[in-house]
Design a protein around this ligand. Structure first.
Ligand SMILES: Cc1ncc(COP(=O)(O)O)c(C=O)c1O
Length: 471
């Protein structure tokens, strides 16, 4: 552990040399970044030995906790064998074993795995494969995309073009390509004006993992624009992309499973690819290995990352069908090759970490242990709805969120200058919590290994945080 003086010196250098992601650096002119020294399980420790709950799984990727002996031993073992090799014209044991594993745990039609190294590239690959597929199967004009207004798929130009969070993409509007937009199935602020009582999220028998029920009177009117669009323009459209059931960066919005099923069947009917971005929802977060399982659907492309390696090393994959794969298969001079790749594609250390994560899933029976944790998290979070400023509570699996509002009755948001979310973040630190609100949406995105006692402690600390701010 660093001494106090050493830490201060390093923090000073941080201010001089670094530029942190998604951060207004001026916010840290007079306050320090949290100096994380080490981590264990669900905790992060600062250089003074203070302990904090990692309630956002270190940006939604840590699954089995920090410092896990099995994952560390796999990575260390791999380091003595092969640390990196390019993946064109070469292969290695781990990459093959991992692909076989991924194919075995996803819906049957997904038979091919294309590796890359982060969530944005996993989606970028799907976008490119879809366009090239249509060109190589005689559908030249199919090159446009449909995406959700508040969707998020990454920070590359391609994925920003499909993302809908205005603050993230505003300055780049002219660089991004146009896509068709669907209203967000944001039940608390229903785009079709259906009134929901709050909180919308209640347990239901047919969905053991708390997908929100449709509000009385909801006939999924928000799917109508898609139906109209596809009926008129399917010839121009390559694919629709969305995050299944849980829209992360757009505000931890959870939508009804029937909406996802409706999207899948419309895409299938009108011959448009479905790209499911499970970068955040994959690997148990929603209570099942993949969110698509709640809906019983299969996409043409499945994008996975974050939890793939248990969260220890960067890696991602785009999975697709044999039908798509075959459209790229032919003699070299036919020009059907998919010319895309990244230096660290299938990096052997990351692959070892992913294989280790699957071993932990088996040894710790991580998925089997989830129902009681999910119940503790979701019901505990619903209890927080009694705070005056909590407008909505929503959640699925190990993810739960609440939306702070200035006025519960009218759902009026706090003025943005108040920066309520940021205040909650700062107050949370005092209570041993690392929260990272999205605007005024406060959420818990917990590692699967968290215990029921820890969930209850986290919720008590959230309560103390809200009380501290007089919410
Ligand atoms: C749904 C989703 N897709 C894509 C991404 C981009 O992943 P990355 O940050 O690894 O590029 C994220 C990141 O949060 C995400 O939540």
């Amino acid at each position: 552990m660093s001494t106090k003086m050493e830490t201060e010196r390093l923090l000073d250098k941080d201010r001089r040399f670094l530029w942190h992601p998604y951060t207004q650096m001026k916010d840290y002119e007079d306050r320090d970044f949290l100096f994380v020294d080490h981590a264990d399980g669900v905790y992060l420790f600062d250089s003074m030995g203070r302990r904090y709950y990692d309630t956002i799984s270190s940006w939604w990727c840590i699954l089995h906790g920090h410092n896990h002996p099995i994952i560390k031993s796999y990575i260390k073992g791999q380091l003595d064998r092969l640390e990196q090799v390019h993946f064109a014209g070469t292969t290695h044991e781990g990459a093959i074993r991992l692909a076989e594993k991924l194919v075995s745990i996803t819906p049957e039609p997904l038979t091919r795995v294309f590796y890359s190294d982060n969530g944005s590239t996993a989606c970028e690959v799907a976008i490119k494969m879809s366009v090239q597929y249509w060109k190589q199967t005689g559908h030249e004009g199919k090159e446009r995309f449909i995406a959700l207004e508040r969707g998020y798929h990454g920070d590359t130009i391609g994925t920003m073009s499909l993302g809908g969070v205005p603050a993230f993409k505003g300055p780049f509007d002219r660089l991004t390509f146009d896509s068709f937009r669907l209203p967000t199935p944001y039940c608390y602020r229903c785009p079709c004006g259906i009134e929901t009582s709050s909180p919308v999220c209640e347990s239901r028998d047919d969905l053991p993992f708390f997908g929100p029920p449709r509000a009385p009177g909801c006939a999924l009117e928000c799917l109508k624009p898609l139906e109209r669009l596809l009926a008129g323009r399917a010839e121009d459209i390559a694919a629709l992309i969305l995050e299944p059931l849980l829209m992360g960066a757009g505000g931890m919005i959870v939508y009804p499973v029937e909406y996802l099923q409706g999207i899948a069947s419309l895409c299938r009917y009108y011959g448009v690819h479905l790209i499911l971005d499970e970068v955040a929802t994959g690997f148990g977060r929603t209570g099942r290995m993949f969110a698509l399982e709640h809906a019983g659907i299969c996409p043409d492309f499945l994008c996975i990352s974050k939890g793939l390696t248990g969260g220890y090393l960067p890696m991602s994959a785009t999975m697709t069908t044999e039908e798509v794969f075959k459209a790229f298969y032919g003699d070299y001079n036919e020009g059907k090759t998919f010319f895309h790749g990244h230096t660290f594609t299938a990096n052997p250390l990351a692959v070892a970490s992913a294989l280790a994560s699957f071993r932990v899933f088996e040894e710790e029976r991580s998925l089997e242990g989830l129902p009681s944790k999910v119940e503790a998290l979701q019901s505990g979070m619903r209890d927080l709805a009694r705070f005056e400023s909590v407008g909505d509570v929503r959640g699925i699996g190990m993810v739960a969120s609440l939306e702070l509002v200035a006025d519960k009755g009218s759902k009026k948001p706090f003025p943005s200058e108040k920066r309520m979310g940021f205040q909650v973040y700062l107050e949370g630190l005092k209570h041993g919590l690392i929260l990272r609100p999205l605007g005024d949406v406060i959420y818990l995105f917990l590692p699967l290994c968290v215990s029921i006692e820890q969930i209850s402690d986290i919720l008590s600390r959230c309560k103390a945080t809200f009380e501290g701010l007089g919410l």
